[in-house]
Design a protein around this ligand. Structure first.
Ligand SMILES: N[C@@H](CCC(=O)N[C@@H](CS)C(=O)NCC(=O)O)C(=O)O
Length: 375
């Protein structure tokens, strides 16, 4: 595969980090362009359907919008190099994909938007350069930044919840650091689908914006190194003497990773259960037609869901996309033999994530023509 792909993305975008890292790690040649290029509006958007990044244009001219779909495109064509074969590791990897792309939006947005003295100039540079070069560029930049500040709030970061968002993030960072002191990637010597999902919030926001990057450098060197590692095409493991270059043997999920999941479960599980209820209520009432989009612009979600976290109530947008990704975990689980299910159940129960297997929507979500749609 030597022909160059075009990746419409930008350095400071959360979801772009996942697709970019995948392309780098699999040595797929690409050129990165911002959506400020005229070609995005004229050539790509009509086929991509929504103006989101990442969007990939293959050398043959196929347009693929959405990071999960971009990765699936290459995984399906190349024998699934990033999917562990053991059922426990496979399920945990797919779960990290959901958590990374949907479960860490609160800390990502909090540490970007609520420390303007450290971050604002840096962030503004990037927002400006993702806009087309028109007379309205500066105005559009401010409007886009305001939209993202608002997004932080509707994802559940408010004056009242900031302290719990921080305390949970710091506990997670510590657990993840302990894990990466022992293993270069989530499941051993090579990156899995879960690593690519997790890099989304951990690169552009939490590992690169000045305030949280410093926090990570000072408190979690091994996490910082993994963030660097995920953006290098080699294995990048000089600090390990016995890294190996495969997933951990015997389908084992390291205890240090279970500890990370236990922290993440604290908000991911109650939020997912509450969001499933909210969206199911909306589905019962609105009965969207089969084929109607299940994805839209920010704040067009079916509603919000409330749940408790460490003594605070958090209200956050209930977004169907989480369930599109979770469906993949649940489908994989459903395909396992009874013996395999027993092993996976044990890992999910010990990591506090078991309830997710039943957190489903009353309607499935499918992909059609670059959109997620209701089945
Ligand atoms: N499900 C999509 C989400 C992509 C997404 O929302 N990207 C953000 C940037 S990180 C975006 O383009 N936002 C623009 C908008 O919502 O208008 C994916 O995983 O690629």
């Amino acid at each position: 595969m030597s022909k160059t792909h075009r990746l419409y993305a930008i350095t400071h975008s959360l979801y772009s980090g996942r697709a970019r890292s995948y392309l780098i790690k699999h040595q797929i040649p690409f050129q990165e362009l911002s959506t400020g290029h005229e070609s995005f509006k004229t050539e790509v958007l009509p086929k991509g359907k929504l103006a989101t990044i990442p969007t990939l244009v293959t050398p043959e001219g196929e347009v693929i919008r959405d990071g999960a779909a971009i990765i699936e495109h290459f995984e399906a064509a190349n024998g699934r190099p990033s999917r562990p074969t053991g059922p426990k590791q496979r399920i945990i990897s797919a779960l990290f994909d959901v958590i990374g792309t949907d479960g860490l939006l609160r800390p990502a947005m909090h540490y970007r938007w609520n420390f303007p003295e450290d971050n604002l100039a840096f962030v503004r540079y990037h927002f400006l350069h993702s806009q087309r070069d028109t007379p309205e560029r500066a105005e559009k930049t401010e409007a886009m930044m305001n939209r993202m500040r608002y997004a932080a709030m509707i994802f559940g970061v408010t004056e009242h919840t900031q302290a719990v968002v921080e305390s949970l993030y710091l506990d997670y960072l510590e657990a993840l650091n302990t894990h990466f002191e022992q293993y270069p990637y989530l499941l051993g010597g090579r990156p899995s689908i879960g690593d690519f999902g997790l890099i989304a919030p951990m690169y552009a926001h939490l590992g690169r914006d000045p305030h949280p990057a410093k926090l990570m450098q000072q408190r979690a060197v091994s996490v910082y190194r993994w963030v660097e590692r995920m953006n290098r095409c080699d294995q990048d493991v000089p600090e390990f003497f016995n890294a190996g270059n495969d997933f951990v043997e015997d389908d084992e999920v390291p205890e240090s990773l279970m500890a990370v999941l236990r922290v993440l479960a604290e908000d991911f599980v109650p939020e997912t259960l509450a969001a499933a209820d909210a969206i199911n209520g909306w589905l019962a009432e609105n009965k969207p037609e089969a084929g109607a989009p299940a994805v839209g612009r920010l704040a067009q979600a079916p509603g919000t869901a409330s749940f408790d976290l460490r003594g605070e109530t958090i209200e956050a947008l209930a977004q169907p996309h989480r369930f599109y990704l979770l469906q993949r975990v649940q489908d994989d689980y459903a395909s396992l033999s009874e013996t395999e299910k027993v092993g996976v159940d044990a890992v999910l129960t010990e990591s506090g994530m078991a309830a997710l297997l039943k957190a489903s929507l009353s309607r499935r979500i499918e992909r059609a023509d670059n959109l997620e749609v209701w089945a």
